[in-house]
Design a protein around this ligand. Structure first.
Ligand code: ZN
Length: 200
């Protein structure tokens, strides 16, 4: 017996989400169609509302309701210091560590020729524009410590190098081969404090 169409459509939609395989998609879908209609509606509304209200910050690329985001428009933050991260969620990790008082720039990925990610697919040109328009004195590269993170950091060090700009890299203490989201707050604070200059 085939499943009714609305259920198979729901399963297919859930299965496209990251980390949800066919079995989980089926389990969630069957749970939803048997749950309170109001619970299901609440979930659907939350998805639509979040998707409609959240945008990328036009400056740093963070996820935000207002653009520029709260961090970009906060005059108390150090505008001479910009931390480069891979994903919007990395900003949350660094903010939780409470150490960083500068601003951010989301790259949107890491250079990875094998996966077809080239430098022009990342928000590097946007960063170069910011270097011209903002009083940036130091760029802190805070990418994961895997091969792509290293390669991207190296590429950025070369491409962004200009007189009067310090380019540093956090690495110290971060577990090898992982992203920022797996590091605890203390490790992240130490990694930030222990950043080293990478200009060659
Ligand atoms: Zn922003």
């Amino acid at each position: 017996m085939a499943l009714p169409e609305p259920i198979s459509t729901l399963i297919a939609a859930l299965n496209r989400l990251p980390g949800i395989g066919p079995r989980s998609a089926e389990r969630i879908a069957l749970h939803l169609v048997q749950s309170d209609a109001s619970d299901a509606k609440q979930l659907a509304d939350a998805v639509v509302r979040a998707r409609e209200r959240i945008h990328f910050c036009s400056v740093c690329g963070a996820l935000t309701e207002t653009s520029p985001c709260d961090i970009c428009s906060d005059a108390r933050r150090d505008a001479s210091l910009v931390c480069i991260v891979e994903n919007p969620v990395d900003i949350l990790s660094l903010e939780k560590s409470g150490t960083f008082r500068g601003k951010y720039h989301v790259l949107g990925g890491k250079i990875s020729p094998l996966d077809g990610v080239e430098p022009e697919d990342l928000r590097i040109a946007e960063l170069e524009k910011r270097l011209k328009a903002e009083p940036i004195k130091e760029i802190v590269v805070a990418l994961g410590t895997d091969v792509e993170g290293d390669a991207t950091g190296f590429y950025l060090g070369k491409r962004l190098a200009r007189p009067g700009l310090k380019i540093t890299r956090i690495a110290h203490g971060l577990p090898a081969g992982t992203g920022l989201e797996f590091a605890d707050e203390l490790t992240l604070s130490r990694a930030l404090e222990g950043r080293r200059e990478m200009n060659s």
